[in-house]
Design a protein around this ligand. Structure first.
Ligand code: FES
Length: 148
């Protein structure tokens, strides 16, 4: 009996969140598969584009390695299942859906002196949408579609 090779899944890209120009971009080699075990994150760089590769519980995902809050590198944060945590203000983002799981811990004073506590939800802290890059696996390597 033939045993199927243990190839990791690829995380589906949430609707509408493909990075501009990535849908029909060419694939570039990024990492060997064994460099990204389950639960790991790595930054890969193509020119001036930094990509976060994350091996989540939904599969391997590639997004900008910039927090959607204030652009901190998510690759030095942490990964729990599908949730990536930002090292700067502890925002948490779901890589399976692209949604915010916890708003960043910013707070402080508004220009008029009004105090805004941390953990204040939408309305006082702006968060951009995550942007995803298509991923594929070829010959034991993870490849990412990089816009030219
Ligand atoms: S920069 Fe990531 S939560 Fe603020």
């Amino acid at each position: 009996m033939k045993i199927a090779p243990n190839v990791p899944r690829l995380a589906p890209i949430p609707d509408g969140l493909v990075a501009i120009g990535a849908a029909d971009a060419s694939f570039e080699p990024a990492l060997d598969l064994d460099e990204l075990p389950a639960g790991a994150m790595r930054r890969v760089t193509f020119g001036d584009l930094d990509i976060l590769l994350a091996h989540t519980s939904s599969g391997i995902a590639a997004v900008d390695d910039r927090c959607p809050h204030m652009s901190a590198p998510l690759s030095i944060g942490y990964l729990e299942d599908c949730i990536v945590g930002c090292p700067l203000h502890d925002g948490r983002f779901d890589l399976a859906t692209g949604n915010v799981e916890r708003m960043p811990t910013t707070g402080g004073l508004l220009p008029d002196g009004t105090y805004v506590p941390v953990w204040t939800p939408e309305g006082n802290t702006r968060v951009r949408r995550m942007r995803y890059y298509p991923v594929r696996i070829r010959d034991g390597r993870i490849e990412v579609a990089i816009p030219s």
